[in-house]
Design a protein around this ligand. Sequence first.
Ligand SMILES: *Cc1c(COP(=O)(O)O)cnc(C)c1O
Length: 348
Amino acid sequence: MFIRQNIAEMSGYVPGFQPQEDGWIKLNTNENPYPPSPKVVEAIRAELVNDGERLRKYPDAACRAGREAAAGLYGYPADWLIMANGSDELLNNLIRACAAEGEEIAYLHPSYSYYATLARVQGARVRTFPVTEDGEIGDFPDRYSGRLLLLTNPNAPLGLSWNVDEVAALAVRCSGLLVVDEAYADFAEQDCLELVRTLPNVVVTRTLSKSYSLAGMRLGLAVARPEIVTALDKIRDHYNLDRLAQVALVAALEDQDYFRDCVARIRAGRERFRQELLQLDYRVLPSGGNYVFASPPDRDGRRLYQGLFDRKILVRYFSDPVLAHGVRISIGTDEEMTWALAAMAEIG
Ligand SMILES: *Cc1c(COP(=O)(O)O)cnc(C)c1O
């Protein structure tokens, strides 16, 4: 047997369905319905000057321009920042940095199920703490001694958020790292960036996939203490961000006017969609993300998923018993949400 036993035995992560043909309304993977800033496209074009001459050379291994742009934006020194090929890369490397084979990491259930896959590859043990739809975390000990706790905040797929004080209180109870996965924080009321400065065990991860419309570029980042950044720098591929990704990253972070406008539109669309679903007697949790978790009156998420699928509208259904009563629906354009609502009114 060539392959390690835990890899051979595990089933890999199954990402949301990405149809290759047109004609679908795609509300299943929380992509942004609007294009990225025009400055991103301009920056990529500029990087391709002289028939792509620059592509001949390796990119900046330290991604200094990206670190500096993010440092300015988030109010941290550049050595408190690290850039990654998607925030998934950081989640992976944080687990690798902290948990040796057989050591424990934890996350809440439900949350982002990819954490389990990453832990499995590393051979780390996993513990989950149940979270209710009003944000109550069950069974959490006074002192949690696992190597790492991953907190998706806002939670995906439920959409609920914990405020800074609640997250700080949780961090104080952890003897290992508390990684706050803020993939959706740009759409929320609050974030926990300030805790990285005040608490030694807090790391915040971000992605440009959702709020900056750059899922296709694979860009993520983390804010962490310099000694943690140093460790993560040792683990990552040294050229983890290619040249086009690096210029896209800087251009996207610098165009805050475009970003704010885009996020505001999605937040407004989210509130409208939620109100209209409540009118249809759906149960819809308040959400801090660019999605809502919605349950139809009969609480049959599978039937709703199928009804929408038959109308070429893709949403995310989870067969997990704590989630099977509804579906997660990404917030698309106003037109897409109108289509989705009409379909849901028909499906019931
Ligand atoms: C989308 C998502 C990520 C991954 O972001 P990438 O930067 O695209 O790798 C991480 N965590 C959560 C909770 C997400 O929803």
